[in-house]
Design a protein around this ligand. Sequence first.
Ligand code: 4NP
Length: 157
Amino acid sequence: MTPSCAVLFVCLGNICRSPLAEAAFRQEAKKRGWDIKIDSAGLGGWHIGDPPDVRAIREAKKQNIDITHYRGRKVSTQDFTQFTHIVAMDNENLSRLRALSPQNSTAHIALLMDYVPNKAGQEIADPYYGNEKDFDRTWEQVHEGAIALADHLEKQS
Ligand code: 4NP
């Protein structure tokens, strides 16, 4: 059964971590046969309208996922009522999301790794100034997080 939820993944630039988290979660939702709203956004506005970072595109391609059509966008006030779950990559994202959260927000805001048993509070490090190994590590983490989040939503529904 498809859970009644809509999930937004958030990082700083919306070109590295959150597009990879979106890709991993879309893959997981597809495996489970779910038809739900999934998106990603950034807290900064530098990459609005841009495709993901070439290294993130390459990482997704290694997993047989095409993310070249993804486009960067900034988190908006409406996101807090249009998504049931807003999922941050690090603590800085989390506190900025909480600060932006309007009074009528209905979204549950948490770190992606909060959904992974024994990994609550862990962050997904920004690979922007890193290398291919860092992007491999990002994929491992968002993939683990995506599966755990899907398990959580399945239990909730
Ligand atoms: P992300 O990485 O938050 O994982 O997308 C970044 C990408 C770009 C910038 C910062 C972080 N930037 O400053 O442009």
